[in-house]
Ligand binder design. Structure first.
Ligand code: AMP
Length: 218
C-alpha cells in the first residue's frame, strides 16, 4: 500500500470518503478530498470559499480552474510523497487531463483508479442519514454507523455533531445528475489506460475495504 497513488471514483454517498479515511488511518496514505478542502474554504470565508458556497449548496460542480489549482498546490506538500488517495477528484474530463499533466511533471504515475459502484437507489438513504463529529470529523450514519456510545464520538469523545448542508434529498438529485453527466465519462477514460478496477460499494464498510485492498494490490 505504501506509495500507492489512488483515485476513488463513485457517486456521492458511495463511501469514497469513508474508505479513504480507513486507508489513511491504516496505511498512512493521505486522503485528498476536494470536497473537504472546499468546505474548509467556505468555513474560513476565503475568496475560493465565497465563490464555491452557493454552487455546492445547489449540488453543482465548482469550476475546474479552482479545483485544479487547489490540487496542484496540495500535491506539492511533503505528506503526499508517501502516496495519496484522491477522493472526489477528478470529476470532469478537464480535471483528469490536468491531473495527468501534473503527474507527468512530477514524474509520478497512478497505481489505479477504483470505481466504488453503488446503485442510485441506495444513495439517498446513505446521504441523508450521515453526520460527523464537529471536533475530529469522524463520520457516522443514523442507521448504518451510530457512535458506540450515543451522543459521543468514538474517536475523540466529542459531543457535537454536524450535518453537511448539501446532504438533503433535493440536493442529492442534482449531485447525482452531475455525477452521471460529468464524472461517469471518466470511467472509460481510465479504462482505456488499463487503470480501472470496479468494486461493489453496496457491501458493508469492512467488506468494501477488503475489496479495495485486493483491487489495489492486483
Ligand atoms: P464531495 O464532498 O466530494 O461530495 O463534494 C461536495 C461538493 O463540492 C460537490 O457537490 C461540488 O459542489 C464540490 N466539489 C468537490 N470536488 C469537486 C471537484 N473535483 N470538481 C468540482 N466540484 C467539486
Amino acid at each position: 500500500m505504501k506509495g500507492t497513488r489512488l483515485i476513488l471514483m463513485g457517486p456521492p454517498g458511495g463511501g469514497k470518503g469513508t474508505q479513504a479515511k480507513v486507508l489513511q488511518d491504516k496505511y498512512g496514505i493521505v486522503q485528498l478530498s476536494t470536497g473537504d478542502m472546499l468546505r474548509a474554504a467556505v468555513g474560513a470565508g476565503t475568496p475560493v470559499g465565497k465563490e464555491a458556497k452557493a454552487i455546492m449548496e445547489a449540488g453543482k460542480l465548482v469550476s475546474d480552474d479552482i479545483i485544479i489549482r487547489m490540487i496542484a498546490d496540495r500535491i506539492d506538500e511533503p505528506d503526499c510523497a508517501n502516496g495519496f488517495i484522491l477522493d472526489g477528484f477528478p470529476r470532469t474530463v478537464p480535471q483528469a487531463e490536468a491531473l495527468d499533466g501534473l503527474l507527468v511533471k512530477k514524474g509520478m504515475t497512478l497505481t489505479c483508479v477504483i470505481e466504488v459502484r453503488v446503485p442510485d437507489s441506495m444513495l439517498v438513504e446513505r446521504i441523508t442519514g450521515r453526520f460527523s463529529c464537529a471536533k475530529c470529523g469522524a463520520g457516522y450514519h443514523d442507521k448504518f454507523q451510530r457512535p458506540k456510545t450515543e451522543g459521543k464520538c468514538d474517536s475523540c469523545g466529542g459531543v457535537e455533531f454536524t450535518r453537511r448542508k448539501d446532504d438533503n434529498a433535493e440536493t442529492v438529485v442534482a449531485r447525482l445528475e452531475a455525477y452521471h453527466a460529468q464524472t461517469a465519462p471518466l470511467l472509460p477514460f481510465y479504462e482505456k489506460k488499463g487503470l480501472l478496477r470496479v468494486i461493489d460499494g453496496s457491501a458493508p464498510i469492512d467488506e468494501v475495504t477488503r475489496q479495495l485492498e485486493k483491487a489495489t494490490a492486483a
